[in-house]
Each structure stands twice: as C-alpha cells, then as structure tokens.
Write a new protein. Structure first.
Length: 593
C-alpha cells in the first residue's frame, strides 16, 4: 500500500479489479469461411482471429501475434485476410491471410508497410485503401502474391468491397467536409467514378453482390438502404416484406448484407442500441449492441452481443422457433457484478438548447451524489453506446459514476448531428462536456467537488482542453493519447490524417492554434494525469512532451506515463493495463479522496 497525502491508496484492490476485467474477452463475428464461423476475440490476451464450427464447437485460434483488423470472409473461400502492424505501433500494416480451418498464417503480398484502413475481399483478391506520408491510394493484391497501386485519391476515403470488375467505397470525395459520396472503381477501364444520388447527401459503406451495390444514404431524409446498379444507373430503395424494421425506424445502420439465399438483413441502430432484422422482421435478442456481423446458416443466426456493463457473448437464435441459446458465454466475477449499478440513457440540453444524448453508468459502491467521471469518447465520429467497454467498466467497478455524453459530432444520432463538430472541434462539443458535468450535479449523481474528466485520443484532446479552459469544474483529469497542438500534429501526420484534420476543421486553418490545448496550459489548476503511447502516429507524442515541459516550468501538479513500444490502438490486454492502471491509481488518489 502507498500512503497518499489524504489517505491510503489500495493498489491491490485496483490491480484485482483490472486483472478480473482484462480476463473478460471481447467477441465480434466476421462471417463464414468454408463452413467455419470466423470471429475476433481477445480471449488469450491479444486481439486474434478465431474460428469455430457452426454449432460453436472446435474453437481454434488462427493468429499468434496481435492483429489490427480483418476483412469479412467469403463462404466460398477458406481464407481469412487480415492486417497487422509491422512497426511496434506506428500502424504501418501489411496484409496476411490464414486458413479458417487452421494452419500457418502467410504474408499475402510484398507491399510496403503503410496505414491500411479500408479492406474488401472476394475470395481471391483484396482491395484496400493505404496511406503513406505522401499519398492515399487504392491498392489491389491477389492471393498469388501479385499487387498493384491502382490510383491515388487524396481524400478521406475507405474501400469497403470488391466483386467482379468493381471496387467500391466511400469518402469525402466532392471536397465538401460535410458529405460522403460513393466511389466505383472499374478494374476493366481503370475509371474512378464518384456517385451520389443527390449532392449534399451522406452515402456510406457500399457492399456489392451480383453487380448491385447496397449502401446507406440519407438523400431522401432518413438514413435508409438503397440498391444501385452501376450498369443501368437504376437506384432502388429497399422495401422489406415485414414491417418491424420501419416500426423500429432506425437512425443509422451498423452492417447489412444478404443471406446465402439472397435475403437482405440489416442491423439498425438507435439511441446507442442495435437490432437485427431479416427481410424487415425483428430477430429477438437481448437489449444491447450487436458486434460485427450476424451469420445466417441452417435456419439459425449467430450473433455476438454485449451491453455497457454486460460482457460480450455469442448467441444463436433458431429462426423458426425463435428460441435463443448461448454459444459462447462470458461471466463476470461476483464482486465485479455487484459493483455494477444501473445503466441509463438520458438526453440533456446543452448551452444552445441542443439535446445531447448520454449514457450514464452508475456504481453500486458509491453514494449518490458521489465521485463521478465525465468520460469523453474518441473519434470524434464515434460514440459511447450500450456496448462493453473495459474503460467504463473499470471506472464503475472502482466506484465512480460514469457520465458518457455523445457530444455534438458523435455518430448514432443522424448525420445532421454528426457534422456539427466540423469546422468547430473543441468548440460546441467542449461545451457539451461541461454541460454533462452540470447535468450530473443537477441530477444528484455527481458530487460537485468530485468530478473528473477523462478520455482517450479525441477524448484525451477534450480532456486537455477542458482542464485548460474550464479549470474550476474538475477535481482532476486523465488524458490518454490526447492532442495538444493541432498545428504541430498536422506537420507530423501522414496523408490520411492530414485529410482528417482538414475535414474536421473544414479547412479553417486559423482555428488550429486557437483550439490547441497547449495555449491554455497556464490555466491548468488541477492535477492532470497524462498517458501516452510512445509510437503513436495518430496523436504523436512529440507535442505532448512540449506540453509536459510547460507543466513542469509552471510548477503544475501532473504525472506522465509514456507507454513503451505501443501505438494508438489497444490490441493487447497488457497495453490496456499499462493505460488503465496509472489512471485508476491517480483517480483513487486525486478524485475519490
Ligand atoms: P481517435 O484519434 O479519437 O482515436 O479517432 C484521433 C486521431 C486524429 C484525429 C482525431 C482523432 N485528428 O483529427 O487528426
């Protein structure tokens, strides 16, 4: 035990909680490869590819070293294609593949290491978006080891699928930071065509089957699914046989596709939870969020699902009898389960009257009002949903009430809400964070004098900014992999992150300085815990070192933990410990006491 200034910090209790939680594996299904269900899991401590038979038996780990992502497999191929960082965290990837039935993993093609962030696979070819310091381009690689760079497209864009002569994807292609257009690359003619049903609309995540492109668009108002035929130019809105889908009225979609019989399914989402529909008919599942892709096979569907304080499991639903069986279970230790309180979804009004949705996770081991944390998600085009999160679970288990606002710019609440941070990062969204703290106090969840702000990545950025611009609200702050200087970061970024910053700021270069936490460092009043991966190439360490030097010069109370040999993304449970352990010890000392 360490004797703190105000009391005792029980390290062994913190380690016990963290150790229990990192043993809770995540599960996310990718699809079927030659009769085997392929899924991602952290079951043995690192993010790996796994496969099992259709009944959930004969589970095999397919990859050894941690991986960074995988394409959806195809039922007609036994191969699973995945990417792996080959640079200890700099996110320079290469493409590999492995047989879903087992065997050794192999390098797919001898491409130079680059940041890969959109992939499609048709059973023999892989199309992907790759970024280097110089450019963003579409690449094609084949299982025979050949590869080519097809076209430089210096935009924020993602390849999503390949079939026949087409590679499809989407991005900010018109140069308008607030809209997404599809692209269709013709491998026969090498033509790159942009497609939008209506300029100014949002069009996302196209997939292609039998020459028809299925995608999400809001060009008629709501986000709905459409089929586009690139040969004829015909566009058709999907109409389902059953009306459960329209009654649910999804705001967005996570994934969609066709069963082997060609029936359309979709995972719709609303208010941070998702539901699965087969030809518009609701598949009965517990409340929560579906991870990855459902697999429809032999009159059944398998899905991975979780909740904010409910670990991921894989369930099987019999489509005729509608009964559910747990295929892969996940159990929390009793002492952790008992510490978890209620999960609430609320909406509150921000400074300008805009309604901000928020998840609130209550701890059973603290009074109300009690010590609370405003948890700021990354992205910023992401969200806190009713989905398992080791960060939030560990805070609740430690005895903090967590307020996790989906500030303006978050996904999940329609594209009009998502684009509200474009041209204004660290502006309205920061106000929403401040108002989340106020909501916590007004609703007798947060003790006014015991509120911390904490986040990773864009959430780390907001933490720095909140500590510098609103130093009186917080008792302390924890900034993980945060951004402190947009100008310096821009110079250190590769081609895709330069695009990212340009889109986020809508080209308003003058805001880069004004919205940088480093210019508010003098105003920081409260203890700050900084945690940063050494090899992070999304939010580089260098500017943070300068920020630390300023904190030191100004005699501020802070601690800084640089995580060696780690990059931006957490793909090892060991890394989750390296980030969370110092954060939890810091909070115990500076927030709770
Ligand atoms: P994230 O990281 O929150 O993990 O997505 C980010 C990295 C870079 C930028 C924003 C967020 N950026 O604007 O460049």
């Amino acid at each position: 035990m360490i004797c703190g200034v105000l009391g005792m910090v029980e390290i062994s209790r913190i380690v016990g909680i963290l150790e229990s939680l990192i043993r809770i594996p995540t599960y996310s299904i990718l699809g079927l490869a030659d009769e085997r269900i392929v899924y991602l899991s952290t079951l043995e401590g690192v993010l790996s590819l796994w496969s099992m038979d259709k009944n959930g038996g004969d589970r095999k780990r397919l990859t050894i070293e941690p991986i960074n992502g995988a394409t959806l497999p195809k039922p007609w191929s036994p191969y699973v294609v995945f990417i792996r960082d080959v640079t200890r965290g700099q996110e320079l990837h290469r493409v590999f593949y492995v047989d879903a039935r087992g065997g050794e993993e192999k390098l797919l093609a001898d491409t130079p290491p680059m940041r890969i962030f959109g992939l499609g696979f048709d059973g023999s070819r892989v199309a992907f978006t790759g970024a280097t310091a110089r450019d963003v381009a579409i690449y094609l690689a084949k299982l025979d080891g050949s590869w080519e760079k097809l076209r430089v497209v210096d935009k924020l864009m993602f390849v999503t699928d390949i079939e026949g002569k087409y590679i499809v994807g989407f991005g900010n292609l018109r140069g308008d930071p607030r809209t997404f257009e599809l692209f269709i690359y013709d491998l026969d003619t090498n033509e790159f065509k942009m497609y939008t049903p209506k300029p100014g609309s949002q069009n996302k995540a196209p997939i292609i089957r039998n020459g028809k492109i299925l995608f999400e668009s809001n060009y008629e108002g709501k986000n709905r699914l459409y089929l586009y035929d690139p040969e004829t130019g015909a566009l058709e809105k999907l109409v389902f046989k059953h009306d459960d889908y329209e009654k649910y009225d999804p705001v967005e979609h996570d994934v969609y596709g066709w069963t082997n019989d060609g029936i359309l399914w979709a995972v719709g989402k609303k208010n941070g939870r998702s539901k699965l529909f087969l030809d518009g008919k609701l598949i009965p599942l517990p409340e929560g969020t579906i991870h990855g892709h459902p697999v429809f096979t032999d009159g059944k569907v398998l899905v991975a699902i979780s909740g904010l304080l409910k670990p991921p499991e894989i369930l099987e639903v019999d489509l005729e009898k509608n009964n559910t069986r747990v295929v892969v279970e996940n159990r929390l230790p009793e002492f952790i389960e008992e510490s978890f309180g209620e999960v609430r979804f609320v909406k509150y009004k921000s400074f300008d009257g805009l309604e901000i949705p928020m998840y609130v996770a209550l701890s059973n081991t603290s009074p109300k009002p009690g010590p609370s944390i405003v948890y700021v998600h990354g992205g910023p085009w992401s969200e806190v949903r009713d989905v398992w999160s080791i960060m939030i679970a560990s805070l609740v288990a430690m005895g903090y009430h967590v307020l996790a606002p989906n500030f303006r710019g978050s996904t999940g609440y329609g594209d009009e809400f998502r684009v509200l941070d474009i041209g204004d990062p660290g502006g309205g969204d920061l106000e929403d964070i401040v108002y989340a703290a106020k909501w916590g106090v007004n609703n007798k969840i947060a003790s006014q004098d015991k509120i911390a702000v904490m986040g990773y990545s864009y959430g780390g950025y907001m933490t720095y900014l909140a500590m510098g611009k609103y130093p009186d609200i917080w008792k302390c702050g924890v900034a993980g992999a945060g951004i402190v200087d947009w100008e310096e970061m821009y110079g250190l970024s590769d081609a895709i992150f330069k695009q990212f910053i340009e889109v986020l700021f809508a080209g308003k270069k003058e805001l880069l300085r004004e919205r940088s936490p480093i210019i508010y460092v003098d105003n920081v009043k409260k203890p700050l815990c900084i945690i940063h991966p050494q090899n992070d190439t999304r939010t580089p360490l260098k500017p943070v070192l300068k920020y630390i030097e300023k904190l030191l010069d100004k005699n501020k109370t802070f601690e800084a933990h640089i995580i060696p040999d780690m990059g931006h993304v957490i793909i090892k449970m060991e890394d989750a410990v390296k980030i969370l352990l110092p954060a939890l010890i810091f909070l115990e000392k500076y927030l709770k006491q």
